[in-house]
Design a protein around this ligand. Structure first.
Ligand SMILES: *[C@@H]1O[C@H](CO)[C@@H](O)[C@H](O)[C@H]1NC(C)=O
Ligand SMILES: *[C@@H]1O[C@H](CO)[C@@H](O)[C@H](O)[C@H]1NC(C)=O
Ligand SMILES: *[C@@H]1O[C@H](CO)[C@@H](O)[C@H](O)[C@H]1NC(C)=O
Ligand SMILES: *[C@@H]1O[C@H](CO)[C@@H](O)[C@H](O)[C@H]1NC(C)=O
Ligand SMILES: *[C@@H]1O[C@H](CO)[C@@H](O)[C@H](O)[C@H]1NC(C)=O
Ligand SMILES: *[C@@H]1O[C@H](CO)[C@@H](O)[C@H](O)[C@H]1NC(C)=O
Ligand SMILES: *[C@@H]1O[C@H](CO)[C@@H](O)[C@H](O)[C@H]1NC(C)=O
Ligand SMILES: *[C@@H]1O[C@H](CO)[C@@H](O)[C@H](O)[C@H]1NC(C)=O
Ligand SMILES: *[C@@H]1O[C@H](CO)[C@@H](O)[C@H](O)[C@H]1NC(C)=O
Ligand SMILES: *[C@@H]1O[C@H](CO)[C@@H](O)[C@H](O)[C@H]1NC(C)=O
Ligand SMILES: *[C@@H]1O[C@H](CO)[C@@H](O)[C@H](O)[C@H]1NC(C)=O
Length: 846
């Protein structure tokens, strides 16, 4: 299977009255930059011209040009020879400075340094200092099995990783010695994002994120009963984020190159910022590593569910950009208690509870259920005292009561009338986030809370007269453990937060998906040892592990071949619009799920390989209506393939009549029609066949709303294999609106200029820029590689270049380079001139 994607983006630029910037559509809560572009003032990454790698002369040249600087980082690598620098005077106009830097003969490329952040959401966990244990388990807990994977550990089941573990694959062994066998700390303890990073001695995790992602790959057998998906792999850890989760692109470029030069077989990253441009310097650096033969697997970003919200460097060329699927079994980490049917300690079943105030002491008592026949109002709760059906003295029971209708202390007070001393509350719905530390009365001796899912099991037993005993252990002595509850709402669907592609240049993104929502993994011991987190951050390391398993099993390393195997065997998921709470029968857009959920076992055992992992029909202006791919049959016998097509849902980027990006745009099932040169083809053992595909765009999409569409080309093999290829979407430009100093881009912009032009007889000095006489740039301009940012600029008469403009009449000319445009050609810009304004200075006595 090959996914295809069709995109018709035509750039739009919206110029807004400053006053309106604050009142941008309420629905439009897309992450955006207001007022700055996440650049670190005065910091640049430079790349040397070949043969000019000389740090000393770089700094002396900069000094000579009047822009003295100091070194942030040396970036002296086989695939990237340069440095990052900090200008001594950071109030200089960035464009002016970068133009000056770029003019040095020793400089090939210059980019601003930007902040980066990790891609985990931060999720529910109860208590911070838990250490795990595994005893015999309730059906909600899982047991470590001989083959080193817990039975039914959902993220491994739905990706078939468990089946590869059962075949003995564990991710190979890449090095020798301990699990984390190499790496470095690139930033030390003092790095805050803006200052100069100073390497530290050892990549100690102070954030938790690195330990969590590392555990997803390589966790060893532990009391909580899970293992990493490639638990046999050796890891190199490169510390690039500080304790607050902040990094910068020069640090990350260095980290990637260090990992590459240390001989890593796969590089996984769970860091990024919204972009959609493969020209971002970090993306460029990563793509070079991929071209050199090392696959890079990167979290696609947590900016969903907006179209065009992928992060750099996931949007880089050749990157395995990973979308996140919600876990089908939600893990719950908590304090371990036990039940038994006979009150003995011989056959204990483990469960998870959240300690209340006071928590339980060490006791074993029978459970007594507050059932409708014992309450005045026929409910499972006790918002009024119990009726006569209840035991008069509950002091030797643990009372099980639903927490609803009134407060936890109210319920405890009512139960006190029956002398209840120990109370276990449970919530009325299956939302695990609603568990909390309950409060009771001064007479209560023990209290806690368990999930409804757990209690339903006990209610069944108690309901037919089976006695159930709970053995509680005081929290300070208890272990923590994990229980797993099925997520019957959005488990198995792409997560709401997962960033959508494609890139602004119509490249397919994300590439494929793995579970990243509600993932249990390791955490620093000082932070509790285990944690449940969500994000594309969690999806990427699982994909990296699948790569490791395929590498081991098939002895291949080529990034393209790996991507193609994973993409062509992935399983598509249906669409869930979480914003509107609607489930669709149609497949989730290719721009959301990529090829779909990775199927590790199928990728290892597939014998059919398509020559491409995706096809893009490009945008409106660069429409490719026909393309060719080959299908190779690696099996030992001839295979007959039926070639077909399954569309995924399309989605418009904008709501009708609204040029801001919306969450709630509804999907559309308008489908392309594809015509294949063959609909059925027999390929001999070891042979291959070329297939031509022609595409006709779908009808019924409003091109003004920037629709994105795609689908899958299916190859149903007579050997039982079925594969899919991927595809894409269209979009169109918006008109230009009101003039002013607030700028909102409603689509990605490769280069945005804001030039100040004198009007009438205003006596400003000008220079000709792209055919227009301009007096200077607005502060912070020009800027490159924008996503749908908003920028608001206060203009005080001083240009970005530092010129104080004479009094007079001016306007700002905004020029946005079209996607794929030539920046030297004035015709390749969308332009908009603001209304005129007058500069007049009030004088103050010096
Ligand atoms: C905690 O776990 C350990 C290791 O599995 C076990 O030996 C110990 O009995 C457990 N403690 C409690 C209180 O359950
Ligand atoms: C980072 O530290 C430097 C030097 O200590 C300081 O000047 C700068 O303001 C800090 N930046 C942030 C974002 O805290
Ligand atoms: C242990 O208890 C479980 C139910 O909690 C029961 O199914 C199982 O048969 C018991 N095992 C023994 C050996 O008593
Ligand atoms: C409670 O039980 C645990 C383990 O079973 C034990 O270590 C602890 O000392 C006990 N606490 C008390 C107060 O007896
Ligand atoms: C679950 O409960 C949390 C906390 O009360 C709430 O924020 C969240 O929206 C709920 N989730 C669902 C699916 O109802
Ligand atoms: C009681 O109910 C449980 C759960 O529904 C069931 O497994 C068990 O067989 C029942 N026992 C009796 C004695 O009916
Ligand atoms: C009330 O219901 C519970 C659970 O359904 C049952 O165990 C109990 O015997 C009932 N009590 C009376 C008095 O009917
Ligand atoms: C399913 O996952 C979502 C997170 O996407 C969570 O809010 C919800 O509570 C989960 N539902 C259950 C039943 O675990
Ligand atoms: C789309 O067309 C442009 C211009 O020809 C080309 O540079 C770009 O690579 C194409 N994009 C894709 C995804 O094929
Ligand atoms: C594709 O384009 C070619 C040349 O422009 C044209 O002859 C052909 O009819 C087109 N095919 C489809 C399916 O639109
Ligand atoms: C298409 O979208 C544009 C812009 O949102 C809107 O003005 C126009 O009315 C729409 N056309 C149709 C047929 O809905």
């Amino acid at each position: 299977m090959v996914a295809y994607l069709r995109l018709l983006p035509i750039l739009g630029l919206l110029v807004i009255e400053t006053a309106r910037v604050n009142a941008v559509s309420l629905e439009n809560d897309r992450p955006r930059t207001a007022g700055n572009w996440d650049y670190i003032p005065g910091a640049y990454i430079i790349e040397y011209e070949d043969g000019h790698e000389n740090e000393a002369s770089l700094f002396s040249d900069l000094h000579t040009r009047g822009i003295p600087a100091t070194k942030r980082m040396g970036l002296s690598y086989s695939l990237f020879k340069g440095a990052s620098i900090q200008l001594d005077a950071i109030d200089l106009d960035p464009h002016h400075a970068s133009t000056k830097i770029a003019s040095l003969t020793s400089v090939k490329n210059v980019w601003p340094v930007r902040y980066f952040q990790h891609l985990a959401n931060g999720k529910r966990t109860f208590g911070d200092s838990y250490i795990g244990n595994l005893n015999s388990l309730s059906k909600h807990s899982m047991k470590a099995a001989a083959e080193n994977d817990i039975v039914g550990y959902a993220p491994h089941v739905i990706t078939q990783v468990d089946k590869l573990h059962a075949e003995g694959f564990a991710g190979g062994c890449f090095g020798k010695g301990c699990i984390i066998s190499y790496g470095m700390d690139l930033i030390g303890d003092g790095f805050n994002g803006t200052n100069t990073p100073v390497p530290g001695p050892y990549p100690q995790d102070c954030l938790g994120h690195g330990t969590h992602v590392a555990g997803i790959i390589a966790a060893q057998e532990n009391p909580l009963g899970f293992v990493g998906a490639a638990y046999g792999a050796n890891l190199g850890m490169y510390k690039a984020l500080n304790c607050a989760g902040v990094s910068s692109n020069d640090v990350l470029i260095a980290a990637f190159n260090e990992a590459y030069e240390d001989g890593s077989d796969i590089i996984s990253l769970s860091v990024g910022i919204i972009s959609g441009w493969k020209e971002d310097p970090l993306s460029v650096a990563v793509s070079r590593i991929i071209d050199a033969g090392v696959p890079c697997v990167i979290a696609n970003g947590n900016n969903g569910p907006f179209v065009f919200s992928s992060a750099t460097p996931a949007d880089g060329k050749g990157v395995m950009a990973v979308a996140s699927i919600e876990n089908t079994m939600t893990p719950l980490l908590g304090t371990e208690g036990f039940t038994s049917l006979d009150g003995s300690s011989d056959n204990l079943t483990s469960f998870v509870w959240v300690p209340g105030t006071p928590a339980f002491p060490n006791i074993t008592l029978p459970l007594w259920l507050v059932a409708p026949n014992a309450t005045a109002d026929g409910t499972w709760t006790a918002c009024s005292p119990l009726n006569d059906n209840a035991l008069a003295d509950l002091s030797d029971n643990i009372v099980l009561v639903e927490l609803s209708g009134c407060s936890d202390p109210d319920i405890a007070n009512n139960l006190l009338k029956n002398n209840a001393k120990y109370i276990m509350f449970y919530n009325s719905d299956d939302n695990l986030s609603n568990l909390y530390s309950v409060s009771t009365t001064p007479d209560t001796l023990g209290a806690g809370m368990v999930p409804l899912q757990q209690v339903l099991e006990w209610r069944d037993l108690l309901g037919n007269g089976t006695q159930v005993y709970a053995t509680m252990v005081e929290p300070q002595s208890a272990n923590i453990t994990a229980a797993y509850f099925p997520n019957d709402s959005n488990g198995g669907y792409v997560d709401d937060f997962s960033s959508w592609g494609p890139t602004w240049e119509a490249d397919l993104n994300p590439r494929s998906s793995t579970p990243g929502g509600s993932i249990l993994s390791t955490y620093p011991l000082s932070m509790g040892g285990y944690y449940v987190d969500s994000g594309t951050s969690m999806a990427a390391p699982l994909m990296a592990s699948i790569y490791a398993l395929i590498m081991e099993a098939r002895s291949i390393k080529d990034p393209k071949a790996l991507m193609s195997l994973v993409s062509s065997t992935a399983k598509q998921t249906k669409y869930y619009d979480s914003y509107n709470g609607v489930f669709y029968e149609g497949l989730a857009p290719v721009a959301q799920q990529g090829a779909g959920l990775a199927q590790a076992y199928d990728a290892v055992h597939a014998t059919t390989s398509p020559s491409v992992s995706s096809i893009s029909f490009n945008d409106t202006d660069h429409f490719v209506n026909s393309t060719v791919f080959t299908v190779s049959n690696g099996a030992e016998q001839a295979v007959t393939y039926s070639i077909g097509h399954v569309p995924s849902l399309s989605r418009e980027t904008y709501k009708t009549g609204q040029l801001t990006l919306g969450r709630s745009t509804t999907p559309n099932d308008a489908a392309v029609s594809l015509a294949f040169s063959e609909s059925k083809v027999t390929v001999p053992a070891g042979g291959s066949v070329r297939i031509t595909v022609e595409v006709t765009p779908p009808q019924g999409l409003n091109a003004s709303n920037l629709p994105v569409y795609g689908g899958y080309i299916t190859l149903g093999g007579s050997n039982g294999e079925s594969l899919v290829l991927l595809g894409s979407q269209p979009s169109t430009s918006s008109s230009i609106d009101y003039p002013a100093l607030g700028v909102e881009a409603d689509a990605g912009i490769p280069l945005l200029r804001a030039d100040i032009i004198p009007l009438g007889s205003t006596p400003a000095k000008t220079s000709n820029v792209l055919g227009v006489d301009v007096a200077g740039s607005l502060h912070g301009y020009p800027v490159r590689w924008l996503n749908t940012n908003i920028n608001q600029v206060a203009f005080n008469g001083v240009t970005q270049e530092g010129t104080i403009l004479p009094e007079g009449n001016y306007a700002v000319l905004l020029r946005a380079l079209k996607i794929f445009g030539d920046e030297e050609n004035p015709d390749d810009y969308f332009t908009k001139q603001t209304r005129s304004f007058n500069i007049k200075y009030t004088s103050t006595a010096a």
